[in-house]
Design a protein. Structure first.
Length: 277
């Protein structure tokens, strides 16, 4: 009965956010009050509005908060609403945090979030590409609900009629400016957190590229870091076309150093036989 009431309560909250009747929520992030506005503008905002600030990909948030990064910069590329930029800027000391978001409305949201909460990260309103300074088409899905800020977008059309990942979704196009990863990071070396989905056609290419440059690959799970020999993109229990854990950690650090992270590290290849706790 309690579970049913909670489901109903959450549905009511979601509707109220979607109608703009609940617009803001304050979260305590590392002892600082952070106010997120316009909660009805996309599903990520609704999700954290209902379930809490650290509910979205909380296994990755644990990694950002607890791992000894030893880096000077943190780049949140494809920042969406600035979620990870907020976390990194408040938990990582003496690290310059940069949110990178090409879609104009999302970038505008991040700008307002930053100013309203007096946050110290910077914002680059460009799309990462193989060239710098070009203007290119940026494809994004047309929302079927009240969402105004798209959760995905791409320089390569993978939407309706393309045969791509989001082939069933209608889309729209805006013009964005590009920048290369080298120009963005200015040759800073470090670790990478990369989202690899189960239906990404080039997932093996991405993984192999990192391996060829000397990076060890790990799947970020609720139980800890799982050593990978190729991308572990397991399906959700109820959706074979959706990914259970999407974020992968690539580092050149030795395994012994990673063990100091105090999360479980298991070299299991493709034998996915452990229990998540």
């Amino acid at each position: 009965m309690k579970k049913l009431l909670l489901i109903i309560y959450n549905k009511v909250l979601e509707r109220l956010m979607g109608f703009g009747l609940i617009r803001t929520k304050t979260f305590i992030v590392n002892s600082k009050n952070i106010v997120f506005h316009d909660l009805g503008n996309n599903n990520l905002l609704k999700g954290i509005g209902i379930n809490g600030f650290e509910s979205h990909e909380n296994e990755t948030i644990k990694l950002i908060k607890k791992y000894n990064w030893e880096v000077d910069n943190f780049f949140d590329i494809g920042s969406n609403i600035g979620h990870y930029a907020v976390i990194a800027s408040l938990y990582l000391e003496n690290v310059d945090v940069v949110a990178v978001e090409p879609f104009p409305l999302n970038a505008e949201y991040i700008d307002k979030l930053k100013v309203n909460n007096n946050l110290s990260f910077s914002l680059v309103k460009k799309a990462v590409d193989s060239t710098t300074g070009e203007t290119k088409d940026f494809y994004f899905p047309i929302s079927k609900n009240s969402s105004k800020l798209p959760a995905s977008g791409t320089l390569i059309n993978s939407f309706k009629g393309s045969g791509g990942v989001y082939n069933d979704l209608p889309f729209n196009v805006v013009q964005v400016e590009t920048i290369t990863l080298d120009d963005l990071t200015k040759d800073n070396k470090g670790s990478f957190l990369i989202k690899i989905m189960i239906n990404d056609k080039d997932k093996n290419d991405v993984f192999n590229l990192m391996s060829e440059h000397g990076y060890n690959g790990f799947l970020i799970t609720n139980a800890g870091l799982v050593r990978e020999s190729r991308p572990l993109t397991m399906p959700r229990p109820n959706r074979s076309d959706r990914t259970l854990w999407r974020n992968h950690f690539f580092s050149k650090n030795q395994l012994m150093k990673l063990k100091n992270f105090q999360l479980i590290i298991m070299d299991i290849g493709y034998k996915f036989g452990f229990i998540v706790v």
